[in-house]
Ligand binder design. Sequence first.
Ligand code: ADP
Length: 486
Amino acid sequence: TRHVPFSSPFLRDAGYINGSWTAGGATKTFDVLNPATGEVLASLPDMGAAETREAIDAAYAAQPAWAARPAKERAGILRKWHDLMVAHADELAAILTAEMGKPFPEARGEILYAAAYVEWYAEEAKRIYGETIPAPSSDKRMIVIKQPVGVVGTITPWNFPAAMITRKIAPALAVGCAVVSKPAEQTPLSALALAVLAEQAGIPAGVFNVIVGEDGPAIGKELCGNDKVRKISFTGSTEVGRILMRQCADQIKKISLELGGNAPFIVFDDADLDAAVEGALASKYRNAGQTCVCANRLYVQSGVYDAFAAKLAAKVETMAVGDGFKAGVTIGPLIDEQGLSKVESHVADAVSRGATILTGGKRVEGAGTFFTPTVLTGVTREMKVAREETFGPVAPLFRFDTVEDVIAQANDTEFGLAAYFFAGDLKKVWRVAEALEYGMVGINTGLMSTETAPFGGIKQSGLGREGSRHGADDYLEMKYLCMGNV
Ligand code: ADP
Protein backbone atom coordinates (compact mmCIF):
# COMPACT_ATOMS: atom_id res chain seq x y z
CA THR A 1 0.00 0.00 0.00
CA ARG A 2 1.27 3.47 -0.84
CA HIS A 3 0.24 6.94 0.24
CA VAL A 4 3.11 8.96 -1.20
CA PRO A 5 1.90 12.50 -1.91
CA PHE A 6 2.88 12.22 -5.58
CA SER A 7 2.77 9.52 -8.21
CA SER A 8 5.97 7.97 -9.41
CA PRO A 9 6.75 5.13 -11.80
CA PHE A 10 9.63 4.18 -9.49
CA LEU A 11 7.67 3.39 -6.35
CA ARG A 12 7.29 -0.26 -5.41
CA ASP A 13 5.62 -1.88 -2.43
CA ALA A 14 7.41 -5.24 -2.48
CA GLY A 15 10.91 -6.64 -2.21
CA TYR A 16 12.90 -7.65 -5.31
CA ILE A 17 14.09 -11.26 -5.51
CA ASN A 18 15.38 -13.02 -8.62
CA GLY A 19 13.92 -10.36 -10.91
CA SER A 20 10.44 -10.45 -9.33
CA TRP A 21 8.63 -7.96 -7.11
CA THR A 22 7.47 -10.10 -4.24
CA ALA A 23 6.49 -10.22 -0.58
CA GLY A 24 7.94 -13.71 -0.31
CA GLY A 25 6.27 -15.46 2.60
CA ALA A 26 5.92 -12.27 4.63
CA THR A 27 2.53 -12.00 6.31
CA LYS A 28 3.07 -8.72 8.22
CA THR A 29 3.85 -5.27 6.85
CA PHE A 30 5.80 -2.30 8.20
CA ASP A 31 5.27 1.40 7.60
CA VAL A 32 7.64 3.87 5.99
CA LEU A 33 7.09 7.36 7.42
CA ASN A 34 7.76 10.87 6.17
CA PRO A 35 9.83 12.41 9.01
CA ALA A 36 8.72 15.93 8.05
CA THR A 37 5.04 15.17 8.59
CA GLY A 38 4.82 11.86 10.42
CA GLU A 39 2.56 10.54 7.65
CA VAL A 40 2.73 6.96 6.43
CA LEU A 41 4.22 6.86 2.91
CA ALA A 42 4.00 3.15 2.27
CA SER A 43 3.44 -0.20 3.94
CA LEU A 44 5.91 -2.83 2.80
CA PRO A 45 6.09 -6.59 3.41
CA ASP A 46 8.15 -7.30 6.51
CA MET A 47 10.59 -9.81 5.01
CA GLY A 48 12.93 -11.83 7.17
CA ALA A 49 15.36 -14.74 7.20
CA ALA A 50 13.37 -16.96 4.81
CA GLU A 51 13.16 -14.31 2.08
CA THR A 52 16.81 -13.47 2.61
CA ARG A 53 17.70 -17.13 2.06
CA GLU A 54 15.62 -17.16 -1.13
CA ALA A 55 17.45 -14.07 -2.41
CA ILE A 56 20.83 -15.57 -1.53
CA ASP A 57 19.96 -18.73 -3.48
CA ALA A 58 18.96 -16.59 -6.47
CA ALA A 59 22.16 -14.57 -6.28
CA TYR A 60 24.26 -17.71 -5.91
CA ALA A 61 22.67 -19.21 -9.03
CA ALA A 62 22.98 -16.03 -11.10
CA GLN A 63 26.51 -14.98 -10.13
CA PRO A 64 28.67 -17.34 -12.27
CA ALA A 65 27.02 -16.30 -15.55
CA TRP A 66 27.28 -12.61 -14.60
CA ALA A 67 30.97 -13.02 -13.74
CA ALA A 68 31.57 -14.87 -17.02
CA ARG A 69 30.34 -11.98 -19.15
CA PRO A 70 33.06 -9.79 -20.61
CA ALA A 71 33.86 -6.83 -18.37
CA LYS A 72 32.90 -4.52 -21.23
CA GLU A 73 29.37 -5.92 -21.18
CA ARG A 74 28.97 -5.47 -17.42
CA ALA A 75 30.41 -1.98 -17.83
CA GLY A 76 27.86 -1.15 -20.52
CA ILE A 77 24.95 -2.23 -18.32
CA LEU A 78 26.24 -0.20 -15.37
CA ARG A 79 26.72 2.80 -17.64
CA LYS A 80 23.09 2.50 -18.70
CA TRP A 81 21.99 2.27 -15.07
CA HIS A 82 23.95 5.47 -14.36
CA ASP A 83 22.36 7.26 -17.31
CA LEU A 84 18.86 6.25 -16.15
CA MET A 85 19.58 7.53 -12.64
CA VAL A 86 20.72 10.87 -14.00
CA ALA A 87 17.77 11.10 -16.39
CA HIS A 88 15.34 10.43 -13.53
CA ALA A 89 17.21 12.35 -10.81
CA ASP A 90 14.18 14.50 -9.94
CA GLU A 91 11.85 11.55 -9.43
CA LEU A 92 14.44 9.66 -7.38
CA ALA A 93 15.18 12.76 -5.30
CA ALA A 94 11.47 13.22 -4.53
CA ILE A 95 11.25 9.68 -3.14
CA LEU A 96 14.41 10.31 -1.15
CA THR A 97 13.18 13.57 0.40
CA ALA A 98 9.81 12.01 1.21
CA GLU A 99 11.23 9.08 3.16
CA MET A 100 14.39 10.65 4.61
CA GLY A 101 13.62 14.35 4.93
CA LYS A 102 16.71 16.04 3.49
CA PRO A 103 15.99 19.19 1.44
CA PHE A 104 15.11 18.38 -2.17
CA PRO A 105 18.22 20.05 -3.71
CA GLU A 106 20.39 18.03 -1.33
CA ALA A 107 18.48 14.87 -2.25
CA ARG A 108 19.04 15.60 -5.92
CA GLY A 109 22.72 16.08 -5.14
CA GLU A 110 22.76 12.69 -3.44
CA ILE A 111 21.20 10.99 -6.48
CA LEU A 112 23.91 12.45 -8.75
CA TYR A 113 26.56 11.44 -6.19
CA ALA A 114 25.07 7.92 -6.06
CA ALA A 115 25.04 7.74 -9.86
CA ALA A 116 28.67 8.88 -9.97
CA TYR A 117 29.72 5.67 -8.17
CA VAL A 118 27.93 3.64 -10.81
CA GLU A 119 29.66 5.59 -13.57
CA TRP A 120 33.06 5.28 -11.90
CA TYR A 121 32.82 1.49 -11.47
CA ALA A 122 31.40 1.07 -14.97
CA GLU A 123 34.71 2.57 -16.06
CA GLU A 124 36.81 0.60 -13.56
CA ALA A 125 35.16 -2.72 -14.55
CA LYS A 126 37.39 -2.82 -17.63
CA ARG A 127 40.55 -2.13 -15.64
CA ILE A 128 40.71 -4.98 -13.15
CA TYR A 129 44.29 -5.85 -13.99
CA GLY A 130 46.31 -8.83 -12.78
CA GLU A 131 50.06 -9.13 -12.48
CA THR A 132 52.99 -11.14 -13.82
CA ILE A 133 55.89 -11.85 -11.51
CA PRO A 134 59.44 -12.75 -12.58
CA ALA A 135 59.88 -16.38 -11.48
CA PRO A 136 62.77 -17.51 -9.30
CA SER A 137 63.60 -20.39 -11.72
CA SER A 138 63.73 -20.49 -15.52
CA ASP A 139 61.13 -23.26 -15.93
CA LYS A 140 58.41 -21.42 -14.05
CA ARG A 141 55.95 -18.62 -14.91
CA MET A 142 54.01 -16.74 -12.28
CA ILE A 143 50.78 -14.81 -12.71
CA VAL A 144 48.21 -13.19 -10.40
CA ILE A 145 44.58 -13.01 -11.54
CA LYS A 146 41.69 -11.21 -9.83
CA GLN A 147 38.31 -12.88 -9.42
CA PRO A 148 35.01 -11.70 -7.88
CA VAL A 149 34.45 -12.90 -4.31
CA GLY A 150 30.97 -14.23 -5.21
CA VAL A 151 27.71 -13.36 -3.49
CA VAL A 152 27.84 -10.16 -1.41
CA GLY A 153 25.39 -9.12 1.32
CA THR A 154 25.05 -5.38 1.89
CA ILE A 155 23.41 -3.66 4.87
CA THR A 156 23.01 0.11 4.69
CA PRO A 157 21.74 3.04 6.79
CA TRP A 158 19.02 5.65 6.26
CA ASN A 159 21.12 8.84 6.07
CA PHE A 160 22.12 8.35 2.41
CA PRO A 161 19.41 6.01 1.14
CA ALA A 162 20.77 5.98 -2.45
CA ALA A 163 24.51 6.70 -2.25
CA MET A 164 25.32 4.17 0.49
CA ILE A 165 23.80 1.50 -1.74
CA THR A 166 25.54 2.32 -5.03
CA ARG A 167 28.86 2.79 -3.26
CA LYS A 168 28.79 -0.94 -2.46
CA ILE A 169 26.74 -2.39 -5.29
CA ALA A 170 28.44 -0.63 -8.18
CA PRO A 171 31.93 -2.06 -7.48
CA ALA A 172 30.46 -5.45 -6.58
CA LEU A 173 28.50 -5.74 -9.82
CA ALA A 174 31.30 -4.24 -11.88
CA VAL A 175 33.76 -6.98 -10.94
CA GLY A 176 31.21 -9.82 -11.32
CA CYS A 177 29.67 -10.32 -7.87
CA ALA A 178 25.93 -10.75 -7.23
CA VAL A 179 24.29 -8.85 -4.38
CA VAL A 180 21.59 -9.21 -1.75
CA SER A 181 20.93 -5.73 -0.43
CA LYS A 182 19.18 -4.84 2.85
CA PRO A 183 18.38 -1.11 3.00
CA ALA A 184 17.48 0.59 6.29
CA GLU A 185 13.88 0.03 7.36
CA GLN A 186 13.35 3.82 7.50
CA THR A 187 14.33 4.35 3.83
CA PRO A 188 13.67 1.28 1.66
CA LEU A 189 11.79 3.13 -1.11
CA SER A 190 14.95 4.66 -2.64
CA ALA A 191 16.60 1.23 -2.78
CA LEU A 192 13.56 -0.23 -4.55
CA ALA A 193 13.53 2.68 -7.02
CA LEU A 194 17.19 1.99 -7.82
CA ALA A 195 16.29 -1.64 -8.46
CA VAL A 196 13.56 -0.59 -10.93
CA LEU A 197 16.21 1.27 -12.94
CA ALA A 198 18.77 -1.52 -12.56
CA GLU A 199 16.27 -3.89 -14.12
CA GLN A 200 15.60 -1.43 -16.96
CA ALA A 201 19.34 -1.12 -17.52
CA GLY A 202 19.60 -4.86 -18.09
CA ILE A 203 21.01 -6.21 -14.84
CA PRO A 204 19.90 -9.86 -15.02
CA ALA A 205 17.45 -11.49 -12.60
CA GLY A 206 19.13 -12.64 -9.39
CA VAL A 207 22.22 -10.46 -9.77
CA PHE A 208 20.77 -7.64 -7.64
CA ASN A 209 18.17 -8.43 -4.98
CA VAL A 210 16.56 -6.15 -2.38
CA ILE A 211 15.17 -7.45 0.93
CA VAL A 212 12.94 -5.03 2.83
CA GLY A 213 12.10 -5.67 6.46
CA GLU A 214 12.12 -4.29 9.95
CA ASP A 215 14.04 -7.11 11.57
CA GLY A 216 17.62 -6.11 10.74
CA PRO A 217 19.10 -8.61 13.21
CA ALA A 218 17.28 -11.59 11.59
CA ILE A 219 18.22 -10.56 8.05
CA GLY A 220 21.79 -9.83 9.14
CA LYS A 221 22.11 -13.21 10.85
CA GLU A 222 21.07 -15.02 7.67
CA LEU A 223 23.46 -12.97 5.51
CA CYS A 224 26.38 -13.61 7.89
CA GLY A 225 25.55 -17.25 8.61
CA ASN A 226 24.73 -18.47 5.08
CA ASP A 227 27.85 -19.96 3.53
CA LYS A 228 26.76 -19.02 0.00
CA VAL A 229 27.44 -15.39 0.97
CA ARG A 230 31.17 -14.73 0.70
CA LYS A 231 31.29 -11.16 1.86
CA ILE A 232 29.38 -8.63 3.96
CA SER A 233 29.61 -4.92 3.36
CA PHE A 234 28.03 -2.77 6.06
CA THR A 235 27.59 0.94 6.70
CA GLY A 236 26.06 1.96 10.03
CA SER A 237 26.80 2.15 13.71
CA THR A 238 29.98 0.79 15.31
CA GLU A 239 27.77 -1.20 17.67
CA VAL A 240 26.07 -3.13 14.85
CA GLY A 241 29.40 -3.39 12.99
CA ARG A 242 30.81 -5.26 15.97
CA ILE A 243 27.87 -7.70 15.97
CA LEU A 244 28.29 -8.40 12.25
CA MET A 245 32.04 -8.89 12.58
CA ARG A 246 31.45 -11.45 15.35
CA GLN A 247 28.82 -13.21 13.24
CA CYS A 248 31.23 -13.38 10.30
CA ALA A 249 33.95 -14.94 12.44
CA ASP A 250 32.58 -18.49 12.29
CA GLN A 251 33.05 -18.68 8.53
CA ILE A 252 35.99 -16.26 8.36
CA LYS A 253 33.72 -14.27 6.07
CA LYS A 254 35.17 -11.17 4.49
CA ILE A 255 33.69 -7.95 5.81
CA SER A 256 33.92 -4.26 4.97
CA LEU A 257 32.73 -1.79 7.57
CA GLU A 258 31.99 1.93 7.37
CA LEU A 259 31.09 2.84 10.95
CA GLY A 260 30.60 5.83 13.19
CA GLY A 261 32.79 8.89 13.40
CA ASN A 262 33.45 11.68 15.87
CA ALA A 263 35.03 14.17 13.48
CA PRO A 264 37.15 16.97 14.91
CA PHE A 265 37.07 20.29 13.03
CA ILE A 266 40.00 22.51 14.01
CA VAL A 267 40.32 26.24 13.33
CA PHE A 268 43.81 27.68 13.94
CA ASP A 269 44.53 31.35 14.60
CA ASP A 270 46.06 31.78 11.14
CA ALA A 271 43.08 30.31 9.26
CA ASP A 272 41.02 32.22 6.70
CA LEU A 273 38.09 32.72 9.08
CA ASP A 274 35.40 33.16 6.45
CA ALA A 275 36.51 30.00 4.68
CA ALA A 276 36.51 28.18 8.03
CA VAL A 277 32.94 29.33 8.72
CA GLU A 278 31.83 28.14 5.26
CA GLY A 279 33.61 24.85 5.83
CA ALA A 280 31.94 24.40 9.22
CA LEU A 281 28.51 25.09 7.72
CA ALA A 282 29.06 22.53 4.98
CA SER A 283 30.56 19.89 7.22
CA LYS A 284 28.33 20.35 10.26
CA TYR A 285 24.87 21.16 8.94
CA ARG A 286 24.64 19.10 5.74
CA ASN A 287 21.84 16.54 6.07
CA ALA A 288 20.93 18.30 9.35
CA GLY A 289 24.15 16.97 10.84
CA GLN A 290 23.26 13.35 10.10
CA THR A 291 26.35 12.09 8.30
CA CYS A 292 29.20 10.01 9.68
CA VAL A 293 31.72 12.59 8.44
CA CYS A 294 29.92 15.60 9.93
CA ALA A 295 32.09 17.76 12.18
CA ASN A 296 31.15 16.62 15.68
CA ARG A 297 33.65 18.62 17.78
CA LEU A 298 34.79 22.08 16.68
CA TYR A 299 38.11 23.16 18.23
CA VAL A 300 38.84 26.86 17.83
CA GLN A 301 42.13 28.48 18.86
CA SER A 302 41.82 31.17 21.56
CA GLY A 303 42.83 34.10 19.32
CA VAL A 304 39.88 33.61 16.95
CA TYR A 305 37.38 31.78 19.21
CA ASP A 306 34.98 34.66 19.82
CA ALA A 307 35.13 35.97 16.25
CA PHE A 308 34.56 32.50 14.79
CA ALA A 309 31.65 31.81 17.16
CA ALA A 310 29.95 35.09 16.26
CA LYS A 311 30.39 34.63 12.50
CA LEU A 312 29.19 31.03 12.62
CA ALA A 313 26.13 31.86 14.73
CA ALA A 314 25.19 34.72 12.39
CA LYS A 315 25.23 32.33 9.39
CA VAL A 316 23.43 29.58 11.26
CA GLU A 317 20.62 31.99 12.13
CA THR A 318 19.90 32.45 8.42
CA MET A 319 19.27 28.72 7.88
CA ALA A 320 15.68 27.71 7.18
CA VAL A 321 14.27 24.67 9.00
CA GLY A 322 11.33 22.85 7.46
CA ASP A 323 9.86 20.29 5.09
CA GLY A 324 12.51 19.38 2.52
CA PHE A 325 10.06 19.97 -0.33
CA LYS A 326 9.66 23.67 0.62
CA ALA A 327 11.81 26.03 -1.45
CA GLY A 328 14.66 27.63 0.48
CA VAL A 329 14.73 25.04 3.30
CA THR A 330 18.29 24.05 4.23
CA ILE A 331 17.64 21.99 7.39
CA GLY A 332 15.15 19.14 7.16
CA PRO A 333 13.84 16.98 10.00
CA LEU A 334 15.87 14.48 11.99
CA ILE A 335 15.12 10.94 10.94
CA ASP A 336 12.91 10.00 13.90
CA GLU A 337 11.96 10.67 17.51
CA GLN A 338 14.92 8.64 18.75
CA GLY A 339 17.36 10.76 16.73
CA LEU A 340 15.73 13.94 18.00
CA SER A 341 15.86 12.84 21.66
CA LYS A 342 19.57 12.09 21.36
CA VAL A 343 20.28 15.60 20.07
CA GLU A 344 18.14 17.13 22.83
CA SER A 345 19.93 15.10 25.49
CA HIS A 346 23.37 16.13 24.20
CA VAL A 347 22.43 19.81 24.31
CA ALA A 348 20.84 19.49 27.78
CA ASP A 349 23.92 17.67 29.09
CA ALA A 350 26.26 20.38 27.73
CA VAL A 351 24.15 23.18 29.20
CA SER A 352 23.94 21.46 32.60
CA ARG A 353 27.74 21.32 32.65
CA GLY A 354 28.19 24.99 31.82
CA ALA A 355 27.92 25.42 28.03
CA THR A 356 26.08 28.40 26.54
CA ILE A 357 23.58 28.22 23.70
CA LEU A 358 24.62 30.96 21.28
CA THR A 359 21.78 30.15 18.89
CA GLY A 360 19.16 27.43 18.39
CA GLY A 361 19.06 24.68 20.98
CA LYS A 362 15.47 23.52 20.86
CA ARG A 363 13.07 21.18 19.08
CA VAL A 364 10.44 22.72 16.82
CA GLU A 365 6.94 22.16 18.17
CA GLY A 366 4.35 20.55 15.92
CA ALA A 367 4.44 17.71 13.42
CA GLY A 368 7.74 16.23 12.29
CA THR A 369 11.04 15.76 14.11
CA PHE A 370 12.79 19.13 13.67
CA PHE A 371 15.60 20.67 15.73
CA THR A 372 16.84 24.24 15.31
CA PRO A 373 20.44 24.55 14.11
CA THR A 374 22.55 25.21 17.17
CA VAL A 375 25.90 26.69 18.21
CA LEU A 376 27.22 25.96 21.71
CA THR A 377 30.14 27.84 23.30
CA GLY A 378 32.14 27.13 26.44
CA VAL A 379 32.14 23.40 25.67
CA THR A 380 34.51 21.11 27.59
CA ARG A 381 35.74 17.54 27.28
CA GLU A 382 33.53 16.22 30.12
CA MET A 383 30.40 16.80 28.06
CA LYS A 384 28.63 14.11 26.00
CA VAL A 385 29.17 16.09 22.80
CA ALA A 386 32.93 15.49 23.21
CA ARG A 387 32.65 11.69 23.26
CA GLU A 388 29.56 10.64 21.30
CA GLU A 389 28.38 11.26 17.78
CA THR A 390 25.50 13.77 18.11
CA PHE A 391 24.12 13.18 14.58
CA GLY A 392 22.23 16.46 14.56
CA PRO A 393 22.62 20.17 13.70
CA VAL A 394 24.63 21.10 16.80
CA ALA A 395 28.09 22.72 16.67
CA PRO A 396 29.90 22.53 20.03
CA LEU A 397 32.86 24.94 20.16
CA PHE A 398 35.87 23.94 22.27
CA ARG A 399 38.64 26.44 22.99
CA PHE A 400 42.31 25.42 22.66
CA ASP A 401 45.74 27.08 22.86
CA THR A 402 48.49 24.91 21.39
CA VAL A 403 48.90 22.58 18.40
CA GLU A 404 50.02 19.72 20.67
CA ASP A 405 46.99 20.10 22.90
CA VAL A 406 44.46 20.12 20.07
CA ILE A 407 46.02 17.11 18.33
CA ALA A 408 45.85 15.16 21.59
CA GLN A 409 42.20 16.11 22.08
CA ALA A 410 41.28 15.44 18.45
CA ASN A 411 42.79 11.94 18.61
CA ASP A 412 41.30 11.13 22.02
CA THR A 413 38.46 8.98 20.68
CA GLU A 414 38.00 5.37 19.57
CA PHE A 415 36.82 6.66 16.20
CA GLY A 416 38.97 7.57 13.19
CA LEU A 417 36.85 8.43 10.16
CA ALA A 418 37.07 12.08 9.08
CA ALA A 419 38.87 15.14 10.46
CA TYR A 420 39.05 18.73 9.21
CA PHE A 421 41.30 21.66 9.91
CA PHE A 422 41.77 25.22 8.72
CA ALA A 423 45.25 26.76 8.86
CA GLY A 424 47.56 28.98 6.80
CA ASP A 425 51.13 27.99 7.65
CA LEU A 426 52.34 25.23 5.33
CA LYS A 427 54.60 23.59 7.88
CA LYS A 428 51.74 23.31 10.34
CA VAL A 429 49.43 21.98 7.61
CA TRP A 430 51.74 19.02 6.96
CA ARG A 431 52.43 18.31 10.62
CA VAL A 432 48.78 18.38 11.64
CA ALA A 433 47.62 16.35 8.61
CA GLU A 434 50.11 13.62 9.46
CA ALA A 435 49.37 13.62 13.20
CA LEU A 436 45.59 13.26 12.94
CA GLU A 437 44.61 9.58 13.36
CA TYR A 438 41.86 9.57 10.75
CA GLY A 439 41.22 7.85 7.41
CA MET A 440 40.32 11.16 5.74
CA VAL A 441 41.47 14.70 6.45
CA GLY A 442 39.92 17.82 4.93
CA ILE A 443 42.42 20.70 4.84
CA ASN A 444 40.85 24.12 4.44
CA THR A 445 37.65 22.44 3.22
CA GLY A 446 34.55 21.03 4.88
CA LEU A 447 33.56 18.75 2.01
CA MET A 448 35.69 15.94 0.62
CA SER A 449 33.43 13.05 -0.39
CA THR A 450 33.73 12.03 -4.04
CA GLU A 451 33.57 8.74 -5.90
CA THR A 452 37.15 9.28 -7.09
CA ALA A 453 38.68 9.16 -3.58
CA PRO A 454 39.01 6.30 -1.05
CA PHE A 455 36.39 6.82 1.69
CA GLY A 456 36.89 4.97 4.96
CA GLY A 457 38.09 5.02 8.51
CA ILE A 458 40.72 3.67 10.86
CA LYS A 459 40.46 2.55 14.52
CA GLN A 460 36.83 1.67 15.35
CA SER A 461 35.47 3.56 12.34
CA GLY A 462 35.86 0.64 9.99
CA LEU A 463 37.64 -1.69 7.62
CA GLY A 464 38.18 -1.23 3.89
CA ARG A 465 37.66 1.69 1.53
CA GLU A 466 34.82 2.67 -0.80
CA GLY A 467 35.23 4.65 -4.00
CA SER A 468 38.37 5.24 -6.07
CA ARG A 469 40.37 2.48 -7.74
CA HIS A 470 40.87 0.92 -4.29
CA GLY A 471 37.14 0.37 -3.76
CA ALA A 472 37.02 -2.54 -6.20
CA ASP A 473 39.60 -4.52 -4.18
CA ASP A 474 37.05 -5.12 -1.44
CA TYR A 475 35.07 -7.31 -3.88
CA LEU A 476 38.00 -9.18 -5.46
CA GLU A 477 40.06 -12.21 -4.54
CA MET A 478 43.63 -12.53 -5.69
CA LYS A 479 44.66 -15.87 -7.18
CA TYR A 480 48.30 -16.80 -7.76
CA LEU A 481 48.93 -19.14 -10.69
CA CYS A 482 52.29 -20.91 -10.86
CA MET A 483 53.14 -22.81 -14.05
CA GLY A 484 55.96 -25.31 -13.88
CA ASN A 485 57.87 -27.32 -16.48
CA VAL A 486 57.68 -24.52 -19.03
P1 ADP B 1 21.67 3.81 12.52
O1 ADP B 1 22.00 4.22 13.93
O2 ADP B 1 22.19 4.66 11.47
O3 ADP B 1 20.24 3.42 12.32
P2 ADP B 1 22.34 1.04 12.56
O4 ADP B 1 23.70 0.47 12.64
O5 ADP B 1 21.41 0.76 13.69
O6 ADP B 1 22.57 2.56 12.33
O7 ADP B 1 21.61 0.58 11.24
C1 ADP B 1 22.22 0.46 10.00
C2 ADP B 1 21.64 -0.73 9.27
O8 ADP B 1 21.89 -1.91 10.03
C3 ADP B 1 20.14 -0.70 9.06
O9 ADP B 1 19.87 -1.23 7.78
C4 ADP B 1 19.62 -1.61 10.15
O10 ADP B 1 18.39 -2.22 9.84
C5 ADP B 1 20.70 -2.65 10.21
N1 ADP B 1 20.81 -3.39 11.47
C6 ADP B 1 20.51 -2.98 12.72
N2 ADP B 1 20.81 -3.94 13.61
C7 ADP B 1 21.30 -5.00 12.92
C8 ADP B 1 21.80 -6.30 13.27
N3 ADP B 1 21.85 -6.73 14.53
N4 ADP B 1 22.24 -7.09 12.27
C9 ADP B 1 22.22 -6.66 10.99
N5 ADP B 1 21.76 -5.47 10.61
C10 ADP B 1 21.31 -4.64 11.55
